[in-house]
Design a protein around this ligand. Structure first.
Ligand code: ARG
Length: 459
């Protein structure tokens, strides 16, 4: 039995090297399930168009379900001629149900077939990543609720800036990952456009009604409006790659914060042993490898995105074999991000915050802005207040005393009407509590945001 889908016009066999180069079965086998889903819908469409009888359609569906079960159960046996998943499924189908299998590909091309498969696969992939993102958001939210009022230094330029709460820090990442989730979801709206029925490139002339296919394949909302674009469009993959890559960038930022915070110098958090590793030489070491790998994996996600864009750039319409290169990178990004998110959620859930270390890292200079605000409340223009407090900070460095230990005369030297009340500024808890603008770090606001997320995420 000849299994090649295109052997007729060829006099000589394909070279073994060419087969190794051309064949995609070893990786596109991951499309088995969606390929069969698409084929079952196609069999129904052929029957509706009167191209096959209902008995033939039933035989095809029966056989395709058997092939699906073989793949699902790890019982599918591939043979040398299985060029790609489409060839393999059709070959096996014929073995199981006989020559009726030869009718399945009526009016269809592997071009619209693979375009449909990848979209179905991408829709599932998007759902899988969105669920992982939500689990990570939950882990961050749990920490945020516990630490809504836990004081810590906030940084700009990685220099101590103003006091914030650890809960507020956690929620910053909840926001980022929420944008990622929405971005992925948005990309899928352009993934739910059905290419099937576009044929090789020009459409089908056998009367297959494409609209009815969207009823059988309910992941799709509409049919592609141009058959040329339908078989050559991989934009939705590029969009998902970007959404995955940006998620990876966010993970790498989270990871970097936690690499820093888990260092002995900071020790704001302790990662669980379960998500750390040791050194083969230095017995004392406990390294934040989970975080370093999260930081590092983002490189692959970005690389895979660039690789796809590079493949697509300059491709003439319509399908070109270059497009077979869309798969491995996407599978790799999906698997990489999936595991990254799983690890990130578990590492965040099991890390222990150390509030005593966070408070110990606060210093009076972080209240300089609060001092300036105090002068503003007394009617000093902010720009002048900034200069006056700057001079006080310089004095505190010169005299080697913290701001709160500078004598009142020093304060009065910059602003004569100041009295002892100015010293009440030196209260980190009060400083944080006052940042009660919407989205601010005041514990009250953080708790409100936690409540909002709790409601939103449990939806
Ligand atoms: N394995 C191919 C791919 O992934 C399937 C489509 C083949 N189409 C073709 N005209 N050779 O793109």
């Amino acid at each position: 039995m000849e299994h090649k889908l295109w052997g007729g016009r060829f006099a000589e066999p394909t070279a073994a090297t060419m087969r190794r180069f051309n064949d995609s079965f070893r990786f596109d086998v991951r499309l088995a399930d969606v390929d069969i889903t698409g084929s079952i819908a196609w069999a129904g469409a052929l029957e509706q168009a009167g191209l096959i009888s209902s008995a033939e359609s039933a035989a095809l569906v029966y056989g395709l379900d058997l092939v699906r079960d073989e793949f699902a159960g790890g019982r599918f046996v591939s043979i040398e001629g299985d060029e790609d998943i489409h060839t393999a499924v059709e070959r096996r189908l014929r073995e199981l149900v006989g020559d009726v299998a030869l009718k399945l590909h009526t009016g269809r091309s592997r071009n619209d077939q693979v375009a449909t498969d990848m979209r179905l696969f991408a829709i599932k992939a998007a759902r899988q990543i969105a669920d992982r993102l939500e689990a990570l958001q939950m882990a961050l939210l749990n920490q945020a609720e516990e630490h809504a009022a836990t004081l810590m230094p906030g940084y700009t330029h990685l220099q101590r800036a103003q006091p914030i709460t650890f809960g507020h820090w956690c929620l910053a990442y909840v926001e980022m990952f929420d944008r990622d989730r929405r971005r992925i979801d948005d990309a899928t709206t352009r993934t739910r456009i059905l290419p099937l029925g576009a044929g090789a490139l020009a459409g089908n002339s056998l009367g297959v009604e494409r609209e009815r296919l969207t009823e059988a394949l309910d992941e799709f909302d509409e049919v592609a409006g141009n058959s040329l674009d339908a078989v050559s469009d991989r934009d939705y993959l590029a969009e998902l790659h970007f959404a995955f890559a940006l998620t990876g960038v966010h993970l790498s930022r989270l990871a970097e914060d936690l690499v820093i915070y888990s260092s002995t110098e900071f020790a704001f958090v302790e990662l669980a042993d379960a998500y750390s590793t040791g050194s083969s030489l230095m017995p004392q070491k406990k390294n934040p490898d989970s975080m370093e790998l999260l930081r590092g994996k983002s490189g692959r996600l970005i690389g895979n995105m660039i690789a796809l864009l590079t493949v697509l750039k300059g491709l003439p319409l319509t399908y070109n074999k270059d497009m077979q290169e869309d798969k491995e990178g996407f599978f790799d990004s999906l698997d990489t991000l999936d595991l990254s998110l799983e690890v990130a959620a578990a590492a965040v859930a099991t890390m222990r915050a150390r509030p005593e270390r966070m408070v110990a890292a606060l210093d009076d200079a972080m209240l300089a802005t609060d001092l300036a605000d105090e002068l503003v409340r007394r009617g000093v223009p902010f720009r002048e207040a900034h200069g006056k407090v700057g001079r006080l900070v310089r004095r505190s460095f010169e005299l080697r005393v913290p701001l709160r230990e500078l004598p009142l005369v020093e304060y009065q030297a910059v602003q004569p009407d100041l009295d002892m009340a100015i010293y009440t500024t030196f209260d980190f808890t009060r400083s944080v509590a006052r940042k009660e603008s919407l989205g601010g770090t005041a514990p009250q606001r953080v708790r409100e945001q936690c409540a909002r997320w709790r409601e939103q995420l449990s939806d």
